[in-house]
Write a protein that binds this ligand. Structure first.
Ligand code: PLP
Length: 427
């Protein structure tokens, strides 16, 4: 309560902005995740790895736009690409362009895809991947895992919670067996001939940065194939974790892969790609093929900024180096967390700090977090990190930004250390 009172006192202009926003947006919000009680902080500007709020506080941006902000704010190379595209090409030409072909070729090469299609969001990429799988297999049902998040309308926090109103419940089988290879394989094969796809994240991102084991993902891939279903790997969050995506680094061969986030170079973006014979369901030259339209699917800004980011900035070498930094940060956080209620999960530059009743460090699925989560400590951590100048998501998720100074990471580690020390008795 004291931390929340300080938050209110320190942020009068964010409060004022929220009071205005509720007059035209339900709850003052247009992205559910960004709502925080008693009101959200309202950000005014970003530059590099920092953001500033309406009240003038400066923060190290550890939220990294939920992984889409990998390049940081106003990266100079992306900036010049955007300006030159705007001046010399135009925003959206109502026609096919060389930009989309060039970016598609790069995405295919980098992520080992035969063919790719662009969308505006990761959600759309997943919806179209499911449509492709249904068309290809002639089946309708899709297997997903509790804790999986594949977009706002494809969110499966647990087996019991209701599905978003936009998807038909009977179409989805939500399994409670993430990271349980044997059980998942049996559950999938039991549905042989009835399912179009198994849709899975290699690391459940929104579910709490919970990595799947290599063994589990291979078991799921094999079981999906034995059941006559497609194996769809959702790499919307994880494609940044290895030079050719997380799946390739684990030796997986998904039929379809979905992507998004930073691959738009900061603009709205999504993509689905994979095997040529599956992606052929979207070939407009073929009679009976599926339609996949979208006014901004090939908008030149995202095509160009995405291409520049992936080819000039986030090269395979930079990807490896960057994620090694994330591994180091997680290791140091885990050392600080020993003997406390704090646990750290994740891979590379994506991670979540969990506060659980028993301080369990072996978090293998969303149930391990939900059963014992200490929301009060998580909130206290959030309020105190804000006071110390760290912009972090309320649920403890961190997505690192390229070029974040090592010195700032060191200051963050000290702040976490200070937090655990300050609350030693209860933490
Ligand atoms: N899939 C995963 C794994 C995600 O993390 C997200 C977004 O966080 C999505 C899909 C949806 O992407 P978008 O928000 O671009 O619709």
């Amino acid at each position: 309560a004291a931390a929340e009172a300080r938050f209110i006192a320190n942020n009068p202009l964010s409060k004022k902005q929220h009071d205005l926003a509720v007059c035209s947006l339900p709850g003052g919000n247009t992205r559910t995740l960004l709502h925080t009680s008693p009101f959200p902080l309202c950000m005014k500007q970003g530059k590099g790895a920092y953001v500033w709020d309406e009240d003038g506080h400066k923060y190290l941006d550890l939220t990294g736009e939920l992984s889409a902000g990998l390049y940081g704010h106003s990266h100079p190379v992306i900036r010049s690409t955007i300006l030159s595209t705007f001046d010399n090409v135009g925003v959206s030409l109502g026609a096919t362009t060389a930009q989309e072909q060039r970016y598609a070729a790069l995405l295919c090469d980098r992520f080992k895809l035969d063919r790719v299609r662009m969308t505006n969001t990761g959600t759309e990429a997943n919806l179209h991947a499911l449509a492709a799988a249904r068309h290809y297999t002639g089946c309708r049902q899709v297997v997903v895992f509790a804790g999986g998040y594949h977009g706002a309308v494809l969110s499966f926090p647990s087996r019991r919670e209701p599905l978003p109103n936009l998807v038909d419940k009977p179409d989805f089988i939500v399994l409670d067996s993430y990271n349980d290879s044997e059980l998942a394989a049996v559950q999938i094969e039991d549905r042989s001939g009835k399912i179009a796809a198994v849709l899975v994240e290699g690391m459940q991102g929104a579910g709490g940065c919970i990595p799947a084991s290599r063994h589990f993902l291979h078991a799921v891939q094999d079981a999906a194939h034995r059941a006559g279903a497609l194996f769809i790997l959702d790499e919307v969050m994880t494609s940044r974790l290895a030079p050719h995506g997380l799946g390739a680094s684990l030796g997986l061969k998904p039929d379809l892969v979905t992507m998004g986030k930073y691959l738009g170079g900061g603009f709205a973006f999504g993509a689905l790609g994979g095997r040529a014979n599956v992606m052929a369901v979207y070939d407009p030259r073929v009679e009976g093929s599926l339609a996949h339209s979208g006014t901004f699917n090939n908008n030149t800004m995202a095509m160009h900024a995405g291409y520049t980011g992936l080819s000039e900035i986030f090269t395979p070498e930079v990807c490896v180096e960057f994620n090694a930094k994330g591994d180091e940060l997680r290791k140091e956080l885990a050392e600080l967390a020993e003997g406390s209620r704090l646990s750290v999960t994740g891979l590379g530059t994506l991670m979540t700090l969990h506060f659980t009743e028993d301080g369990n460090k072996e978090i293998l699925d969303v149930g391990d977090v939900k059963r014992k989560e200490r929301g009060d400590f998580r909130d206290l951590f959030w309020f105190e990190m804000l006071e110390e100048g760290f912009w972090i998501t309320r649920r403890g998720y961190i997505a690192m930004i390229l070029d974040t100074p090592d010195e700032d990471i060191g200051i963050f580690l000290n702040a976490v250390k200070g937090f655990l020390k300050r609350h030693e008795g209860i933490m």
